[in-house]
Every structure is written in structure tokens, then in C-alpha cells.
Design a protein around this ligand. Sequence first.
Ligand code: NAD
Ligand code: GLY
Length: 339
Amino acid sequence: MGNSVIEINSKNGSYPVIIGDGLINRVDTFIPEKYKSGKILVVTDVNVNRLYAKKLSLSGEVYFYVVKAGEKSKNLKTVEKITEFMLDKNFSRTDLIVALGGGVVGDIAGFTAAIYERGIDFVQIPTTLLAGTDSSVGGKTAVNLSKGKNIIGAFKAPVLVVFDTETLYTLPEEEIKSGLGEVIKYALIDGKIFDAIDKEAIDLKEVITLCVECKKRYVEEDETDLSIRAVLNLGHTFGHAIERKYGLKHGVAVGEGLRIIVKACYDKGVLPKDEYEKIIALFDRYGVEKFDKPVADLFPAIKFDKKIRNGKLNVVLIKGVGKCEIRKFDVEKFGAFFI
Ligand code: NAD
Ligand code: GLY
């Protein structure tokens, strides 16, 4: 099978998401000509740098900025240091940033691109399952404050996304598991994805393509996350609280958050038994873990969710595979639905 190419229409122009095998040493062929006479800054982390920096084909005046791996790098200090590096190298607005790595690098590089000299173009080269199916597409970029995740951010669409699925061969098992959290989220949102993963032999490229096509539909309708895009946050209200409170990987925490939502929807009669059992069987097949503490322990963290508006918390509920509903809860009373 050849490459999949999905065109995402953004209000600042459209961009292709190219998914295929062995693309990392052909990235140059996808980069628009206008960037090849300028400077390119590749932002990556130590692990990805070691594995892929030499394989990445780029022409022109190319610099690398390497951050420590992991969520701890996703802060304003890192962004400040990158912008200082760019200024030292005389980067201007017509130059380019390339994010090479997982969601952490994508968020750091994307946010830097959004603010450097009021905006410079950037390319996403995701190398994790989570980044290739979710975070590299849709233009959300952000860094964390010590008091909250993704608090400082911007919408900044990339000009190109290239996902070489062969990079997944070097991804540690625990990171595959984390990426599966987001893939399973997509499977609950879109029945086609559910069917594509609810079997023994899955076609990974097909699944990744379906996830990106699903994200495309929500992002194109609601790019700045004011309405329907919130569906993509299925499992995230609890997932973000688990991630922050217990330091779990993003996708693993999202998986546990999905289990909390699915159980509550079943208990409260929103999700019928046959659909509930079908979803639980999928969770079990992929080893999505249960949150093993009282759900109420998460309520204090959720009260600070950045999506609370006028005292109302938007939570995505599930009525069946492919049938989600955004429900507004009073922030002081939402807990009753989940215990
Ligand atoms: P990550 O970027 O921390 O990568 C996980 C680990 O895998 C790192 O140690 C990294 O060095 C290593 N790695 C990356 N690619 C590799 C490869 N091919 N081979 C071997 N090792 C590799 O984590 P992630 O799960 O990709 O991303 C999580 C982040 O994404 C979180 O900060 C989350 O908030 C963010 N996110 C953003 C969006 C968005 O729309 N912007 C959506 C979902 C998640
Ligand atoms: N990952 C959720 C979103 O992009 O909206």
C-alpha cells in the first residue's frame, strides 16, 4: 500500500498529512520549495535525536535544538531558550521550524512557531503513535505551567505533517500502550475505527489513516475548539486529572479516563448493556487499565479544568460506539454522575 495523504483545511490554508513507511529519509521531497533557501530549525528530544537525526533528510541551512525527553521539558523556559537560539542564528519569519518527535516536542515546537516574531511556519514529523494519530494534526500547541497542563498555548496549524510509520518500530512498548489510549478514544467516537481495531490482525496504516480522517472532520468544523471538537476530549476530563495527580503517561491516563466515563454512562443508563460489553471487551483486548482508586479523589483536580465556562463543566458522554454527547454539568455537582 502506498502513502495515505489527507488534506486538512485550516482557516490559514490547507496542509497535507502524509502517512507511509520509510518517509523519514524522504522528508525533503515533501517540504515546499520556498523553505529550502532559508533556515530550518529541527526541534527534537534526546532519544529521537539519537535515533533519527541522521536519517532525516532536509536541505538548506539546518540547525538542531535538542530538549530533554519527557513532559518536564514542556514549559516556557524551554520555549524561551529555543527562541533565543533562533535569534542568535538570525531566524526570520520566512524560515521554518520542524518538530521531530512525539507530542511533547510537537507541542513545544508548535508553540514556539506560534509566537516567534508573531509566527513562523512549522512542520510536524511525529514519531510516536500518539503524535501520529492525534497531536500532530489540528494545530493545538501548548506548554505547561507548574499549576496546570497546557495552560499557555495557541492554535497554530502546521504547513505539513509527515508520519513515517516505520519510526514506531523503535518506540518502547509503554509508549505504544500510551498511543493506544488515543486510538481507542477514536474507536469509541467512530465505529469504522472500532471495527478496524476489534480484530486479531490489524492494518496499522489503515487505523492511523482512519484516526486522522476522523480528527479532520472535527477540526475542520470547529478548529478553535468552541463546540463539536470537544468530542475529541472523550476520556480527557478524568484523563488529565489522572495524568497530573499520578504522573501517568498521557495516553495511559486517557485510557483510564475512558473506562471511568464508559462505566458511569452504563451505570446511569446512558449506555446500553450490549454496547457497554462490546466496549469493555475492546478495553480488555488492548489492556486499557482501570483507575484503581476512588474516582472521587479526582474531583478536586477536575474543578480546575481549563474547559470550565461559567461554572459549567463540559464532559463528553458515550451513548454507544460512534454516539457521543457533550453534557454540561454544574461544577459543584458533576461528581454525582460518576460515583
Ligand atoms: P513524548 O513526546 O514524551 O514521547 C514519548 C517518549 O518516546 C519520549 O521519551 C520520546 O523521546 C520517545 N520517542 C519518541 N519517538 C520515538 C521513537 N520513534 N522511538 C523511540 N523513542 C521515541 O510523548 P507522546 O505520548 O508522543 O506525547 C504526549 C504529549 O502530547 C503530552 O504532552 C500531551 O499533552 C500532548 N498532546 C497534545 C495534543 C495536541 O493536540 N497538541 C494531543 C494529545 C496529546
Ligand atoms: N486532542 C484533542 C484535540 O486536538 O482537540
